[in-house]
Design a protein around this ligand. Structure first.
Ligand code: GAL
Length: 854
């Protein structure tokens, strides 16, 4: 009886606390309707995705440090099952896959981690992160209420949670991990799979929570996520999102900072003004956790790219570029945004906003805490016009599609559309490390009598045969052509038709390349149609089917086919059509060069290589090329320029840097306006250029001397055109407007209270060890264009160059105040002027180049 009343009483107290919104801090990370709480404190958290296998361990510290300096609190990564468990029960946590080291690097930098275990990750990663062997577990069906799948998924999730626990990496143990994710964007699948989907999702949540990590679990894009799992939003915008329960915080686990690219497509970019606008929108509506996907995209080394057809570069137009260099102005503008939001943190987490209208498309969101903190967000949703609004008896000028942040409800410290930070010009420059002698070896196309082949009647699905151990599968058959066939006597050649389910095919007739055909990410199925030239007697038809990354998204993608499933038929023979689909086919997995390990320093001498000059005379398809080079001095990131080549793979010192393909980008590369809803087709670059010309060569993979470069070329390019380049900041630009004389409070808005002390300034800064050697462009007036293509406008102060030269030449950094007096006199009174500058950065020891004026 006594126990009963005690428990009733405690229930009552608990209920009372709940009503009052009091949190029980049993573990150090918890949540309420406003935010994630760490050690009892509600936090507005900025996070960024950096996927550990997409860079090298040597890069991790630098990337994470840059993330910290960019104003992030959290680093997020998926966990990639297929690299960790290449065969059942055999684990690999070495090198790029050293997850513990990665998380400890985050910890050492003083940041938190969000571990998105999945284990389904999507991520444009081969097979969405699932090991290919998983597909061959008897009775398996992925991501649904299926015992073999659930057993395997639980096994891997437990393995990862166990590993993290054993290293004390959860926040509840004093480690950096504050959040974990189970599954990934399951909502759409769940709906398609009905009850089975719902059962699986509920099971997954329960299984994860049962692992007792002491930190919250999230499910992204899963509106039914059961308590206590938090459902979160992914997208280009998430301001319309709210969680499925009123007591969960509003979280955005993937704020897409750019987009991925596919071979043959243009480069996608997202203007930072729009990204910053989307983030500010989310915060003003009460969102308290934002993860940039990606903050550093990196590289799909080896055959890790999914898709199919995803490029080796996973640059993503992220704030840190593929090579680990900061991308300006994206990085700097977001850093300023983070600073501005952090100034509002107290008000944001302790109050709900009061929303008022400031015009037809303008609003104010005001957060006032009990202790008197006030923060305001003034927004202009109009995509075409700036707006002059009145707020708290002051005027504010809002550019189109922008939000101003006022951490004290008075002074604007940031506007999403006003990019004040400098832009950096990054270029691929030649290195002084030439490729030494090129030698070549032609892949043997006559695989027929090889002992490693198998035969079958009919056409087999590619992955069932290769188990994805290689991109390549040979399908070989033969046809007997009678000497009386008409085409041998002047008649029309027969036509070969090959229907493939993906992803590319090269057709060899009697050992000679007779044509190729390729699918695309949208149309994996494609048909090859081409004339064939046979001789009388037996002819070999060898089809080299090439996978370009396995699918990573789509309902039951594990059942999707790859390879040549037919029909394969010859048309135009005297007998009419000859269907070869059910003929005897010989199969060979992979290339001979792969089997002999030609790519590695150990296997290289197993064949006779042909000297480069001979090979260059007649570039052959299916050819291995090798060369040696010394590591260039310095520490700029390196890449290989593959412009003169076709399609294949690249290895350095035996390690694969990935697939290359000089497919030219088609698309619409018209100008892109930041204002208005962003979607990837809106802002495209690189039309008419190879989608990917440069391939990252991590410095850490090089020895000082004699590095082995091996290239396997499918189509036939000229290897002597291959060169090593370095990614360098060659120049910086800045573009800053003077204050508007007619807007009284403009100076207060942008630069603080005192007009004299806080006039706008142009800041220019080269990388460490570099200095400003010349002024490529300088104009105070009404200059036109953007960084790299500035031009003088109708108004130009003649002293512009002199001032910049005097202040900046020979220095690593400089600043110039924007005022008429600084430039002699006002070059055009009553006109709003700006200063646009582009300078050249060069190693500090180099003598100054003559400037470009003359
Ligand atoms: C999301 C997915 C990510 C990634 C992204 C596109 O839907 O969760 O893993 O694939 O799309 O880059």
């Amino acid at each position: 009886m006594a126990t009963n009343s005690v428990s009733k009483l405690s229930m009552l107290v608990l209920g009372l606390f709940w009503l009052l919104g009091v949190q029980f801090v049993q573990c150090s990370v918890t949540y309420d309707r406003k935010a994630i709480l760490i050690n009892g404190q509600r936090r507005v958290l900025f996070s960024g995705s950096i996927h550990y296998p997409r860079s090298t361990p040597e890069m991790w510290e630098g990337l994470i440090q840059k993330a910290k300096e960019g104003g992030l609190d959290v680093v997020e990564t998926y966990v990639f099952w297929n690299v960790h468990e290449p065969s059942p029960g055999n684990y690999n946590f070495e090198g790029r896959y050293d997850l513990v080291r990665f998380i400890k690097t985050i910890q050492k930098a003083g940041l938190y981690a969000n571990l998105r275990i999945g284990p389904y990750v999507c991520a444009e990663w081969n097979f969405g992160g699932f090991p290919v062997w998983l597909k061959y577990v008897p009775g398996i069906s992925f991501r649904t209420d299926n015992e073999p799948f659930k057993r395997a998924m639980q096994g891997f999730t437990e393995k990862i949670v166990g590993l993290m626990k054993s290293e004390n990496l959860f926040e509840s143990q004093g480690g950096p991990i504050i959040l974990s994710q189970i599954e990934n964007e399951y909502g759409v699948q769940s709906k398609l799979f009905g009850a089975a989907g719902q059962n699986y999702m509920t099971w997954a949540a329960k299984m994860a929570v049962g692992l007792g990590t002491g930190v919250p679990w999230v499910m992204c894009k899963e509106e039914d996520a059961p308590d206590p799992v938090i459902n979160t939003c992914n997208g280009f915008y998430c301001d319309a999102f709210s969680p499925n329960r009123p007591y969960k915080p509003t979280m955005w686990t993937e704020a897409w900072s750019g987009w991925f690219n596919e071979f043959g497509g243009p480069i996608h970019q997202r203007p930072v003004q729009d990204l910053a606008f989307a983030v500010a929108l989310f915060i003003q509506k009460g969102g308290s956790f934002i993860n940039y996907y990606m903050y550093h995209g990196g590289t799909n080394f080896g055959r890790t790219a999914g898709g199919p057809f995803i490029t080796t570069s996973y640059d993503y137009d992220a704030p840190i570029d593929e090579y680990g260099l900061i991308r300006q102005p994206k990085y700097g503008h977001l850093k300023e945004l983070h600073r501005a939001v952090k100034m509002c943190e107290k008000a944001l987490v302790s109050a709900d906003p009061i929303v008022t209208s400031l015009g037809s498309s303008q609003q104010a969101y005001v957060y006032t805490s009990e202790s008197g903190n006030c923060a305001a967000f003034l927004s202009n949703y109009d995509t075409d016009s700036a707006a002059r609004v009145m707020f708290n008896n002051m005027h504010y000028n809002l550019p189109p599609w922008s939000i101003s942040i006022l951490p004290d409800c008075r002074n604007v410290v940031f506007n999403t559309a006003k990019v004040g930070v400098q832009t950096s010009q990054l270029e691929m420059l030649p290195t002084n490390s030439p490729m030494l002698l090129w030698e070549s070896y032609n892949e043997d196309v006559s695989a027929e009598d090889d002992s490693t082949t198998m035969t079958a009647s009919g056409l087999l699905e590619q992955i069932n045969v290769t188990k994805d151990t290689s991109d390549y599968l040979w399908y070989i058959t033969s046809v007997d052509i009678g000497s009386t066939e008409s085409f041998l006597h002047g008649g029309e050649l027969p036509t070969l038709i090959v229907q493939s389910t993906g992803h590319a095919v090269h057709i060899f007739i009697n050992g000679r390349l007779s044509g190729s055909a390729f699918g695309s990410r949208e149309n994996r199925r494609f048909t090859y149609t081409g004339k064939v030239n046979f001789r009388a007697g037996r002819n070999t038809i060898a089809l080299l089917s090439v996978a370009v990354g396995l699918p990573n998204v789509g309902g039951h993608f594990e059942t999707w086919n790859t390879g040549i499933l037919g029909p394969v038929a010859l048309h135009g023979l005297d007998q009419g059509k000859l269907d070869l689909s059910w003929a005897k086919w010989t199969y060979k997995v992979g290339l001979k060069g792969e089997a002999m390990n030609l790519v590695s320093p150990n296997g290289i001498s197993s064949v006779e290589w042909m000297e480069g000059s001979l090979a260059a005379q007649a570039p052959q398809p299916l050819t291995w090329h090798k060369s040696n080079f010394d590591a260039p001095e310095g520490d700029e990131p390196l890449a290989i320029d593959m412009r003169g080549m076709g399609k294949g793979q690249i290895w350095i010192n035996g390690v694969s840097i990935g697939r290359y393909w000089t497919a030219y980008a088609t698309g619409n590369c018209d100008k892109c306006n930041y204002a208005g809803t962003f979607r990837p087709p809106k802002c495209q670059q690189g039309c008419g250029q190879p989608t990917q010309r440069w391939y990252h060569v991590p410095r850490a993979w090089l020895k000082p001397k004699d590095n082995l470069l091996v290239v396997f070329e499918e189509l036939g390019g000229n290897p002597t055109s291959i060169s090593l380049v370095k990614r360098s900041v060659t120049g910086v630009c800045a573009d800053v407007s003077e204050y508007h004389p007619t807007l009284k409070n403009w100076h207060i808005e942008s630069y603080g209270k005192s007009e004299d002390l806080h006039r706008p300034k142009v800041h220019l800064k080269c990388s460490a060890g570099y200095s400003i050697t010349s002024i490529k462009f300088a104009s105070f007036g009404t200059p036109l264009g953007t960084c790299g293509s500035y031009q003088q406008g109708t108004c130009h102060a003649p002293m512009s160059y002199d001032i910049l030269e005097k202040r900046c030449i020979g220095k690593q950094r400089c600043a110039v105040t924007i005022s008429n007096t600084n430039f002699g006199q006002d070059p055009c009174p009553n006109v709003l002027k700006r200063l646009s500058v582009e300078v050249v950065c060069a190693p500090a020891t180099t003598a100054a180049e003559p400037n470009w004026r003359g």
